[in-house]
Design a protein around this ligand. Sequence first.
Ligand code: COI
Length: 389
Amino acid sequence: MNITITSPDHPSAPPASLTGVGFGRVFADRMFSMDYTPADNWHNARIEPLHALTLHPACCVFHYGAEVFEGLKAYRRADGGVQLFRPIENGRRLFHSCERMDLPPLDPDAFVEAVTDFVREEVTWVPNEPGTSLYLRPFVICTDTQLGVHGTTNAAFYIIASPVGSYYPKGLAPVRIAIERDDVRAVRGGTGYAKCGGNYAAAARATVRAEKAGYDQVLWLDGVERRYIEEVGAMNMMFVIDGKIVTAPLEGSILAGVTRKSILQLAQDMGYETEERRISVQELFDAHARGTLTEAFGTGTAAVISPVGEMEYDGRSMILNDRKIGKISQQMYDTLVGIQRGKSPDPHGWTVELQLSDQQFALCDSCPERLGSVEMSHADLADGILVIK
Ligand code: COI
C-alpha cells in the first residue's frame, strides 16, 4: 500500500497524564484516510493532519446510517516498544460488517497494514501510564450524495486515534447493569453481528434511561422471546455458573467480540469449562438464589474486563460477589492485560509488535534503551512529506 504522509504545521503534544481525561476525549493530531470508487477500488491512502470532514448534507451516511466501525488498541510494552492485539480479527470483522451493510469491504490484511503504519507514525501518542493505551477507531462510511435509497457506490475509510485510560470512570470497580425489558437492540437476520453505528444509536434511549436510574450499562435480551441474555452496549457478557464460564452464543444478533473470543480461549487454557449457549434471565436469578452464580463480567476492547456487581430486572436485583471483583474476573483481567502489554507469554501469538525506525523511537521518550537496536523502516523523507513504500 502506498501511503502519503503529511504532518500538521503545528503538531500538538499528547497529554502529560490521562488521569481524569475520560474515554475518547482527546485525539492524536493525524488520521489515516483512504477513498473507494468502483473504478479505482480502495486508493489514495494517506496519513494526514486530523481534520473535520466536509460532506454534502445529502451524503447517505447521514440519512441511512451506511457506516461501520472497529475498535482496537495499541499498547506500550514495558521495554518501550508498541504492540497491537489481534488486529487481523478486527480486520476480518470489519470485512463482514461492510458486507452486511453493502459497503465496499476492505481486505483484512490491508486493514492491518493501514493500522500498523498509522500507529507507527503516531507512536508518540501511545501512552505509557499504567492501564492506558492508544484506542484506534477505524471506520468506513458511504460518501454517495443522493437521497434515494440504494447500495453504496463511493466510500471512505478513516482511522482516528485517542489515548485512553479505562472506559468506565471507576476503572475496574464492579459496574451496575440494568437488564432491558422494553427496547431491543438487534434480532437474528438484522445487523446485530455487524459493528454498525445504527446498533448503538438504537441502544441510546434505554442506556440513558438506565444511567438516569444509576446504572452503568444496559444488558440486552433477545428480540423474539425477550428471555435470553445477548450483550451489553459496549461489551459481551460472561457468567460464572457452577464454576463454568458461560456466555451467549454467536447466532447473528450479538457482536463477535475479539476479547470474548480471547477470554474463551484463555479460560480453556486455564482448565475452566466454557459454554456458549443461551442463558435466560430466569436461569440467572435461579442460579443466584442457589448461590451458584458466583461472578459476572463484561468483555470488550474498550472495557477490557469489567466485573459486574449488580444486575437489575423488572424491579428485582441480584448483588454479585458482594459487589467486589471476583477471582476469575481478576484472573482473566491479569492474564489478558499481561499478554496485551507484553508482560506475560503470548502462547497463541496474538500480539503484533511494531517495527519502529530509529527516528520513530527517537520521538518516543519512553524507550531509550532500545534505540539503535531496532530495524530501520523503509521510510523516505522528502520535502516534509514522508512516503512509506
Ligand atoms: C470497543 O470496545 O472497542 C467498542 O467499540 C465499544 C464502544 C462502543 C466503546
